[in-house]
Ligand binder design. Structure first.
Ligand SMILES: Nc1ncnc2c1ncn2[C@@H]1O[C@H](COP(=O)(O)OP(=O)(O)O)[C@@H](O)[C@H]1O
Ligand SMILES: [Mg+2]
Length: 307
């Protein structure tokens, strides 16, 4: 059975101290003033998911629109209806994408990430996978939960919210939640950040100028100022685009938290990941001075507009 409807998503967030705000503005305008106007960083989601923040007593939450929902035999798909008038469910199927010539390649990582081009838009499809020991036995099944709490839906919602706050994170396009018995599988489609490469890859080729490290530090600080804990902040989850903008990706299992030391742990994890790559790669252009530049960017930060 197929059903489709427009919906309002709501996410309650335990951040009682937060002011209710609305989206808008380009917080990176000054930082990247030298860039061309082509690939504008995320701002008020013109043509994207509009986000309205609402307050519920001690809880802040937000409602996103326009998001649509498609249900097919128990599978639920949420999608940005500013991107697609109607959702093609086979967009989540790499074999189908290959057959129609939409597959452009894949990327390394814990999850399967496929680059695709469909309807004039470049996107990334990720099939969410479990990590660690559990992942060896059970690669991609999660214990059943209500749809809105599913892994893909949570990442979809968090990304939309972060973009509304001006953070440079990919635009969420669609999320799929597929229950099967006691479990569910999950997939997410985001818009591909144009001309962007992971930090780890770039450093194997060349050293980065100080301004890039400062920009990376500033973006991490903005993420932290919004209370978002990135559980896997590493040098593969930071992208730099052709305009030298820093982007953060891979928000599976991430969310907003009250501060209790995780910010420092995020930074320590990032540094460990850089040091690990340096040990692994014959040529890896990174030095302690680069970390100092990142730290100085972090200290200065920057206030995303709309807060
Ligand atoms: N929206 C995006 N735009 C550009 N590249 C992306 C995007 N999402 C993922 N990638 C690429 O795919 C790789 C894997 O994606 P990621 O979200 O980090 O999943 P995981 O590490 O869990 O497999 C990234 O390192 C990056 O190279
Ligand atoms: Mg990753």
């Amino acid at each position: 059975m197929v059903s489709s409807r427009k919906m309002h998503l709501h996410l309650g967030l335990p951040m009682s101290s937060e002011r209710a705000t609305q989206s808008g503005g380009d917080p990176f305008g000054a930082q990247f003033a030298h860039c061309g106007s082509g690939d504008s960083p995320p701002q008020s989601e013109s043509g994207g998911l509009a986000v309205v923040v609402v307050r519920y007593g001690d809880w802040s939450g937000f409602v996103m629109e326009p998001t649509s929902e498609l249900k097919i035999d128990g599978t639920v798909i949420w999608y940005d209806s500013d991107v697609f008038d109607s959702m093609e469910p086979r967009l989540f199927e790499p074999e189908w994408l290959r057959d129609i010539g939409s597959l452009r390649g894949s990327a390394q990582g814990r999850n399967e990430a496929y680059f695709l081009s469909y309807s004039g838009r470049d996107m990334v499809l990720r099939h969410l996978r479990r990590g660690g020991l559990v992942g060896k036995l059970n690669r991609d099944r999660y214990i059943c939960t209500e749809v809105g709490k599913g892994r893909a839906m949570r990442e979809f919602t968090l990304l939309a919210w972060m973009r509304s706050q001006g953070l440079p994170v990919p635009r969420p396009i669609a999320a799929r939640h597929c229950p099967s018995g006691l479990f569910y599988r999950a997939d997410l489609i985001t818009e591909r950040v144009p001309d962007a490469r992971p930090l780890a890859e770039l450093l194997q080729e060349r050293a980065l100028p100080e301004r890039n490290w400062i920009a990376i530090g500033a973006v991490i600080r903005q993420l932290h100022d919004l209370g978002v804990h990135h559980v896997d902040l590493n040098c593969r989850n930071i992208l730099l685009d052709a305009c030298e903008r820093a982007w953060l990706i891979d928000f599976d299992k991430c969310g907003r938290r009250e501060p209790n030391g995780w910010k420092q742990r995020n930074l320590a994890r990032l540094r460990r990941s850089i040091e690990k790559e340096k040990r692994k790669c014959k040529r890896f252009n990174w030095s302690a001075d680069d970390w100092s530049a990142l730290a100085s960017g972090y200290l200065v930060g920057g206030e995303p507009q709309g807060r």
